[in-house]
Design a binder for this molecule. Structure first.
Ligand code: ATP
Ligand code: MG
Ligand code: MG
Ligand code: MG
Length: 507
């Protein structure tokens, strides 16, 4: 059987759409133009938040999609592990099916189990399921109903595991739809030689599919309130599914990543090919950076295709600068590597996400521009920082390549005629100069300035509230227009939203 990513994605959609009467909804852009509580879309359900909360009427009661997701901040932040394990990426595709007040727990579990075991023909002996173990603090009971459902499906009891709130009570963010979930995990070692797993960066069980029973909403006062209707919201990582069905131990060994590694190797000079090793030792530092570069190339391509501009999005800018610095430090390529890699990403994903193909020229233009800016700043700031470090050698541990704003921040702190750093100035170092909290703390301590961390955190909160306020009125305005024009929440309505906001596909 053909188990390439393209086929596996389509098989998922066909199963729900053709065989089980769901409607297809296109992926929304990776930035939620309609939700100020999130910086990036982190799950398939984001675009359905209005429906789940009962604020919008769904056009269809059963839908399926493949959503472009980014997890580099907020409640779901995987940035720091990317490159070190085989199954977390900054950008990934989440396959999902939804029931808006239609079917609930029983059918959701049955549909998932049948797809995995009968359509994808995964041996049920390597599968485990979890159910919500309850939470006394939240006042929530264990989900024994879910446990019963799995027993009736035929899963043996020793493979049905109770998991706590951290894993099995899913929440989109600090506020918004939430509920108990049940997860399907895979024993990737099943039927294989255990020795293969040593140093592979793989845990015993890998989570494959999360089925959430959306029954509550978390409010900004932290309380959890039941919703008027019960919904099903599921998400399965396409990259993990590919690894499993292509017989690989790591997502990076699938057809989604291999061509990118081959390309990197071809372009860079005198560097060994990707070997697929994991761990901290020097001999596989190169592999880790192969993974970081390939991962970031996918994330950057997806963001740029959706109209995210690094000028306006510091997080994207940071990831791009990381990709440039990795290209140079590990692959000896001074220019153009990232740009070339975006072609390979588009070649792989463009067939399903046409916005990538359509915007390829813009993607190239922005990457070129950012790379030029990066090299310039780096050259100037690196030279200046070197002078500063000569005067004060204990500053040599700061990474000016990733944070060129250090130079300006240092000068500003030096020119202070007090011994303390106000929360407002702290915020300026964060917002204008791009320093993270940790760096601000370390730099101010090296320069003997007292830094009021609590005050700084207040300042951050205030800034968040400001941006939320502004965007909420935008959101309300276009939801309003949406209602009046009666554009349903579908692919078309998203196109409509983008055309109204001037973002997304129309940039
Ligand atoms: P994990 O526990 O492995 O971090 P999760 O519980 O955070 O996953 P969910 O929020 O439940 O993930 O998302 C649904 C599915 O999306 C997961 O079961 C997994 O298959 C996939 N997934 C989640 N995060 C990532 C990621 N960073 N990279 C690739 N796939 C992911
Ligand atoms: Mg996670
Ligand atoms: Mg999990
Ligand atoms: Mg999960």
């Amino acid at each position: 059987v053909d188990n390439t990513s393209k086929v596996l994605r389509q098989r998922f959609l066909d199963y729900f759409i053709k065989d089980h009467n769901h409607n297809f909804i296109r992926s929304s852009p990776v930035v939620p133009h309609h939700d100020a509580s999130l910086a990036f879309v982190n799950a398939g359900m984001n675009q359905f938040k209005g429906i789940l909360l009962g604020r919008q009427k769904p056009r269809y009661l059963k839908v399926a999609n493949s959503q472009k997701c980014v997890r580099i901040g907020g409640k779901h932040n995987d940035l720091n592990v990317v490159g070190t394990d085989g199954y977390h990426h900054t950008f990934f595709e989440m396959l999902g099916n939804w029931s808006f007040g239609n079917y609930f727990k029983k059918e959701a579990c049955e549909l998932a189990w049948q797809l995995l075991t009968e359509v994808y023909k995964i041996d049920s002996r390597i599968l485990y399921v979890t159910y919500f173990a309850g939470d006394k603090v939240l006042g929530l009971q264990p989900d024994y109903e879910c446990k019963e459902i799995w027993k009736n499906i035929g899963v043996s009891e020793d493979r049905i595991l109770p998991f706590g709130t951290g894993d099995n009570f899913w929440e989109m963010g600090t506020t918004g739809p939430c509920g108990p979930c049940t997860e399907i995990h895979v024993d990737m070692r099943g039927g294989t030689n255990r020795a293969q797993f040593v140093n592979k960066g793989l845990s015993d069980l890998t989570e494959l599919w999360n089925i959430v029973f959306i029954q509550f909403t978390r409010n900004s006062d932290n309380s959890i309130k039941p919703l008027p209707t019960n919904h099903v919201d599921t998400g399965m990582g396409l990259e993990r599914l590919c690894a499993l069905l292509q017989g690989k131990l790591s997502n990076y060994d699938t057809d989604l990543f291999s061509p990118i590694f081959v390309a990197i190797h071809k372009i860079c000079k005198n560097i060994p090919p990707y070997s697929g090793k994991y761990g901290e030792a020097d001999w596989n530092l190169l592999d880790t950076n192969y993974r970081i570069l390939a991962d970031h190339a996918r994330m950057i391509t997806a963001c740029l295709a959706d109209g995210v501009i690094p000028e306006q999005n510091q997080k994207l800018r940071k990831i791009m600068r990381k990709a440039f610095s990795v290209s140079e430090a590990y692959f000896n390529v001074e220019n153009g590597l990232l740009k070339e890699l975006t072609n390979y990403v588009v070649e792989k994903l463009g067939c399903f996400y046409p916005e990538m193909e359509k915007n390829i020229k813009t993607i190239h233009k922005i990457v070129d521009h950012e790379e030029e800016v990066y090299r310039l700043i780096r050259k100037v700031s690196a030279a200046e920082w070197k002078k500063i470090v000569n005067k004060q050698p204990d500053l040599s541990n700061f990474d000016v390549v990733e944070m060129p704003g250090l130079v300006a921040a240092y000068k500003e702190l030096k020119s202070l005629n007090t011994n303390s750093l106000t929360p407002q100035l702290g915020y300026k170092l964060f917002d204008t100069y791009g320093l993270d909290q940790d760096t601000i703390e370390k730099l101010s301590s090296k320069l003997n300035k007292k830094f009021d961390i609590d005050g700084f955190k207040d300042e951050l909160q205030k800034a968040k509230a400001r941006s939320r306020h502004v965007s909420h009125s935008n959101v309300d305005r276009f939801l309003d227009t949406l209602e009046k024009s009666q554009v349903p929440v579908t692919d078309d309505s998203y196109k409509y939203i983008y055309s109204k906001t001037g973002n997304g596909y129309n940039f």
